[in-house]
Design a protein around this ligand. Structure first.
Ligand code: GLP
Length: 260
């Protein structure tokens, strides 16, 4: 794991935006794994700004989002499909027919999960997988005790996750209790992984992910098994790490330090 610690969340976000832009520059037909959540909003703002300024085009990109709520149609305003259109797709030249998400209101959610898994296998591997992290250590919607070998399937959301995400739903609206999510094995099959965490609410999960023992109680610890994972943090999210001095020695201010 490369652990990059930045003084502010803005600098951390800039680093992630730059990594995505560089990935698309290297390979315009990149396959990106995309995440939702509040942490990703400034990343998508940055990518949209990069598109507007002419620094990047998403016209050749194919994307696979991590997850979608069971029961919500892609048109539902609280669906992750709507989130992605609003935050990224409609603000760039991303081709809608190459932007993939599980269909939340599919008649048979298990069959939809299998379809989505097969499509990723057919078109993949994903070149760059973007991730956030839940305060309980989930990635995608792989809640604690998810199999570290899991593939795309329906997961029951924890009460804590429902509570954390209810802010995206209107008053009186009940957030769905289930989601279709890619599995941890799918995530580990990406060629490279870039996880962004900002703010003190993520500090405990971040410390366990990086320094804790591998185990499904904190699903993000599975990233310890991936050979090309970069964790981008702001100072607050890094607050509970033990080896901070070492990470800063290897990557001072989040930069790549030359040998010697
Ligand atoms: C969500 C998503 C995750 C995301 C996490 C954290 O519900 N399924 O992909 O990383 O929870 O979200 P936030 O960035 O809003 O804290």
């Amino acid at each position: 794991m490369r652990v990059l610690i930045f003084e502010t969340s803005e600098l951390a976000v800039d680093r992630v935006v730059r990594a995505v832009v560089e990935q698309i520059e290297r390979k315009p037909a990149s396959i990106l794994g995309l995440a939702t959540g509040g942490t990703m909003e400034p990343v998508y703002d940055g990518l949209s700004a990069a598109y507007r300024s002419g620094s990047v085009s998403l016209a050749g990109v194919t994307s696979f989002n991590l997850d979608e709520y069971v029961g919500l149609s892609p048109e539902h305003s609280c669906s992750f499909a709507a989130f992605m259109r609003e935050k990224l797709f409609d603000r760039t030249d991303m081709r809608s027919n190459r932007a993939n998400l599980p269909v939340g209101n599919a008649v048979d959610p298990d069959a939809e999960a299998a379809r989505y898994d097969a499509l990723i296998s057919e078109l993949g591997p994903i070149d760059l997988q973007l991730l956030g992290i839940g305060a309980n250590g989930h990635i995608g919607f792989n809640e604690p005790t998810s199999s570290l070998r899991s593939r795309t399937r329906v997961k029951t959301l924890t009460r804590a996750t429902l509570e954390a995400n209810k802010r995206f739903f209107a008053d009186g609206e009940t957030p769905p209790k289930y989601a279709i999510t890619v599995g941890i094995q799918n995530i580990l099959e990406a060629k490279s992984i870039l996880l962004l965490a900002t703010g003190s609410a993520k500090a405990k999960a971040v410390a366990t992910m990086i320094e804790g023992p591998l185990g499904s109680y904190c699903p993000a610890t599975a990233l310890q098994m991936h050979a090309d994972t970069t964790i981008v943090l702001d100072r607050e999210a890094a607050a509970e790490l033990t080896l901070t001095d070492y990470y800063s020695q290897v990557h001072p201010d989040g930069q790549d330090a030359p040998y010697g």
